[in-house]
Design a protein around this ligand. Sequence first.
Ligand code: ADP
Length: 326
Amino acid sequence: MAERKKIKKIGVLTSGGDAPGMNAAIRAVVRKAIVNGMDVVGIQKGYQGLLAEEFIEMNSRSVSDSVQKGGTILRTARSEEFATEAGRNKAADICRKHKLEAIVVIGGDGSYRGAQSLSSAGIPVMCLPGTIDLDIACTEYTIGFDTAVNTALQAIDKVRDTSSSHERCSIIEVMGRNAGYIALWCGVASGAEDILLPEKYNYDEQEIINHIIESRKVGKTHHLIINAEGIGHSTSMARRIEAATGMETRATILGYMQRGGSPTCKDRYYASMMGAMASDLLSQGAVNRVISYRHGEFVDFDIDEALAMKKEIPESQYEIARALSR
Ligand code: ADP
């Protein structure tokens, strides 16, 4: 086997939606890279900052006091320019100019596709799953999901209390873009009566209305519906449900509060392990890999292979969620 070229200098960026734990990942990438003898440049504001050459030299102190903080110290952005062929070629030229031999990308599915295009333009990449949505197929864990579901759950519990007191129906909309993982976990954990997931919802509101009427008959004092962002329309749904059932119905859209806040221990720990693994792989010359968590272990996949994978909400878990909500 040909000997792999030793990588001496890498860049690290966070891209797309921010997620709690991204800082722990950046910190681990930087500190482990330094231990492994590599130089690290922090690229601010994702691919947009790469195109604008918003670079900062990173040392161990650059990531001090960040592990416990939400958001991302490197900041993040979405870039339309980068998504074009001209944009990605320009980004690759900038990497070559600054002698960046590989870029660590911490982000979601869109950022992974951006990384894949950067690698096809000749710049090796290493990806870490940074998204609260848990919607990256190759991994059972994504950085930020644990914090986001716990943050959402605290809010849901509070709304549940007041729903019971007032004998209301509450529709609480949680994030997740087109994926229903946040809704599923929060729905089960909050004891919701209905959990609406984009992957499973049949848009039959009459079913929900019948469920509310039945629940009232068996003595339930409130009716909690967890709705996923991918379904949306919680406010108009609330109006229709109230009109059909006569039960006062309120919609609460949790929104961006789910993306902020200090990361949980799990998010800090997993992000630290994944960040360190990224720098270790790069220092061994492995590139175009994505770090994942599968079957209780941190593993890595080829980026093309990872992006071709599909992931679905396990039917058995969805069935359990439904059974428990009756
Ligand atoms: P996330 O990474 O959280 O899924 P986005 O989907 O917004 O967030 O992606 C972040 C950035 O990644 C985009 O602004 C764009 O620059 C880049 N990107 C997304 N999709 C692609 C793609 N198919 N090809 C190239 N770049 C992409």
